[in-house]
Write a protein that binds this ligand. Structure first.
Ligand SMILES: Cc1cc2nc3c(=O)[nH]c(=O)nc-3n(C[C@H](O)[C@H](O)[C@H](O)COP(=O)(O)OP(=O)(O)OC[C@H]3O[C@@H](n4cnc5c(N)ncnc54)[C@H](O)[C@@H]3O)c2cc1C
Length: 407
């Protein structure tokens, strides 16, 4: 095949859009395909960690993100069973390590749109939507993608490399027969959004990010700015029973669950709700031939700790930086295997391990064990050295540094 001198990206979620923007900004022609006509505003990622802010500041995105989001300098773990604040983590402790000693609460769709607006100003960037990737072929020269255009016809597009950013159900991962080992949690997660202000003193005086432990009524309360910047609270709740998806999505179920999990608050209006199955999986390889996986196509995890999108953006920018070097003839295809070595091990060591641990701490139902775990977390927060180490890990700064040191 006659190869076009470009990189192809499947998927214009946060990972595909930011990776495409980075490549185009550094002079590598890129075409991004997405099956949807526009970015959805469904309630998914909202926490952007210091490690990611450092990377996105190089792309001139962070000022706009801050203007559309909330600065979250602290987060808390609480124990509803014993009615206490277990631990408060203050990012100020790592201000010696990062110019961003805070997380930004900014919704995923805003991050995608900021990256898109920058990218679309570049002649090296093309976004094609709604164009659904339906198949691929690759050889030692490049990759050929089969893409269904809006008229329903299959078009063939080719390029030197392909980055699969097509999400957890990645057709590219499946097409390449890459295993996706791991497990699916027994319970589903409901995310319900309200304008009720959980930050008010009478409603618990919550921080912008709060993880609340309870043997069976654990939850997370996260504040985002909302499109009107007036503030919305997203509450993440487990649906552990055998109720149908339909019932769990109903307003009655959510109201009942709210009164169980958040009994101190009066009934309030729920303006949005969604249901997710939650998995912990890492692809057995992130690299086959001239194709690499990045983001949810490569690894998925539960949302406690806010690591999926962050880890995915780190993948995308890691491989993009390597492709720029290849483009400039400063490196060769062995960098693709290096990408796999750097990112796959770290996805397991940091994102999988920490997100599983976060969930286990919140839901522990052995009364002795839960107090021990929560007390240990409190002790970490109270000691400057252990708190420093904990924040480097949970903000994924430690992961990025360790990944970059892998040869
Ligand atoms: C409730 C919830 C809360 C979360 N909170 C956080 C958080 O605070 N912080 C965090 O870091 N992460 C969080 N996450 C995880 C985060 O949302 C995901 O990790 C992130 O969306 C992954 O981005 P992605 O670009 O890899 O994939 P996606 O966002 O899934 O994007 C994939 C894109 O590919 C497109 N696509 C799919 N198939 C095709 C195809 N065949 N052809 C063309 N296009 C295709 C889709 O339309 C989509 O636009 C949360 C997730 C959930 C469910």
């Amino acid at each position: 095949m006659q190869m076009k001198e470009q990189v192809l990206i499947a998927g214009a979620g946060p990972v595909g859009m930011i990776t495409g923007y980075y490549l185009a900004k550094h002079g590598v022609p890129v075409t991004v395909f997405d099956s949807l006509p526009e970015t959805t505003t469904d309630h998914r990622a909202s926490t952007v960690h210091p490690s990611t802010l450092e990377m996105l500041s190089e792309l001139d995105m962070t000022d706009e993100m801050a203007a559309k989001g909330l600065i979250s300098a602290v987060f808390q773990y609480r124990d509803r069973y014993d009615d206490r604040i277990v631990a408060e983590f203050d990012y100020g402790i790592i201000s010696d390590e990062t110019e961003f000693p805070y997380a930004l609460q900014v919704e995923q769709h805003k991050v995608i749109n900021i990256a898109r607006e920058h990218a679309e100003k570049l002649s090296t960037f093309e976004l094609k939507r709604p164009f659904e990737v339906v198949g691929l072929n690759q050889n030692e020269n490049g990759v050929e993608l089969s893409v269904q255009n809006p008229g329903g016809y299959i078009e063939i597009h080719n390029g030197r490399y392909l980055i699969a950013c097509d999400g957890g159900r990645s057709i590219i991962r499946k097409n390449l027969n890459i295993d996706f080992p791991g497990f699916t949690w027994g319970e589903r997660f409901v995310i319900a959004t309200t304008k009720f202000d959980f930050g008010a003193p009478e409603a618990g005086n919550h921080r912008y990010r709060n993880y609340v432990a309870h043997p069976d009524q654990w939850c997370a309360l996260i504040k985002v700015a909302g499109d009107d910047m007036k503030g919305l609270w997203r509450i993440l709740l487990p649906a552990s029973g055998k109720e149908s998806d339909e019932y769990v999505k109903s307003i009655e179920w959510v109201q009942d669950k709210f009164s169980e999990c958040l009994p101190y608050a009066p009934p309030y209006e729920i303006i949005h709700r969604n249901l997710y199955n939650v998995h912990q999986r890492v692809a057995e390889t992130f690299h086959v031939g001239r194709t690499v996986l990045a983001g949810d196509s490569a690894h998925v995890n539960n949302p406690l700790g806010g690591m999926g999108m962050n880890g995915g953006i780190h993948d995308g920018l890691n491989i993009a930086e390597k492709l720029v070097r290849i483009w400039r003839k400063e490196g060769d295809d062995t960098l693709l295997a290096k990408y796999d070595r750097q990112r796959r091990t770290m996805a397991k060591k940091y994102v999988q391990a920490q997100s599983i641990q976060n969930k286990e701490i919140l839901q522990e139902n052995d009364m002795k064990a839960r107090r021990q775990k929560l007390d240990a977390l409190g002790a970490i927060a109270d000691d400057e050295n252990t708190c420093h180490e904990y924040l480097l890990k949970s903000s994924l700064i430690a992961m990025v540094r360790e990944a970059n040191s892998v040869q």
